[in-house]
Design a protein around this ligand. Structure first.
Ligand code: URA
Length: 188
């Protein structure tokens, strides 16, 4: 593998200048959570709060995500959360494919090292970043939430991005059901 361990990769991420996003960031945002996670969540990109404090999903989307995880019985000790790019794109733009490709080695290493049982890409950008690794075509998030895929013994559950739930709360049940389903499967 490319790095000695997660912490040495994270040190590299914090001073990374491989793509133009480093020019805009206050902090690069490294993955966070259990180091033997059953569930590995991939977000899109750090937002304003994450850029300020360096912690993934520490803003409004994170609040909603944590509420749903608690409600559905997913303990924080079982999860690891990261993003498809580790630096905030300017003006909250979606991360460009070019930047995702450059940043993808970090995500690939996190997955290879942590070997989660379940991967949850949150939203289309995260799904695209995961596709660069798994080389599986999944389709559009809104059509495939509720489906599961298998890749190298890992289950992949595409999921809405929490910001999509904040925009349309009618999706909340479907969002929560994905976590309920995962918990049921992990019990067996
Ligand atoms: N949205 C994301 O996709 N990731 C974060 O870390 C925060 C908000």
């Amino acid at each position: 593998m490319l790095y000695n361990d997660l912490e040495s990769m994270n040190r590299i991420i914090r001073s990374c200048t491989k793509c133009a996003l480093f020019e805009y960031r206050k902090n690069a945002v490294c993955g966070n959570g259990s180091l033997s996670p059953e569930i590995f969540l991939i977000g899109e990109a750090p937002g304003k709060s994450e850029d300020e404090n360096g912690i993934p999903f520490s803003g409004r989307s994170g609040q909603l995500l944590r509420k749903s995880l608690t409600l559905t019985g997913v303990s924080k000790h079982r999860i690891y959360i990261t993003n498809s790019v580790k630096c905030r794109p300017p003006d909250n733009e979606k991360p460009k494919l070019e930047y995702m490709k450059i940043c993808n080695g970090y995500l690939r290493y996190e997955i290879e090292l942590l070997k989660p049982k379940v991967i949850i890409p949150l939203g289309n950008s995260s799904l695209k970043a995961l596709t660069l690794i798994t080389e599986v075509k999944y389709g559009n998030i809104s059509k495939i939430v509720g489906e599961k895929f298998e890749w190298n013994g890992t289950l992949i559950f595409p999921q809405f991005h929490p910001a999509a739930i904040l925009r349309d709360i009618k999706r909340l049940d479907k969002f929560n059901n994905v976590f309920f389903e995962i918990i049921k499967i992990l019990k067996n």
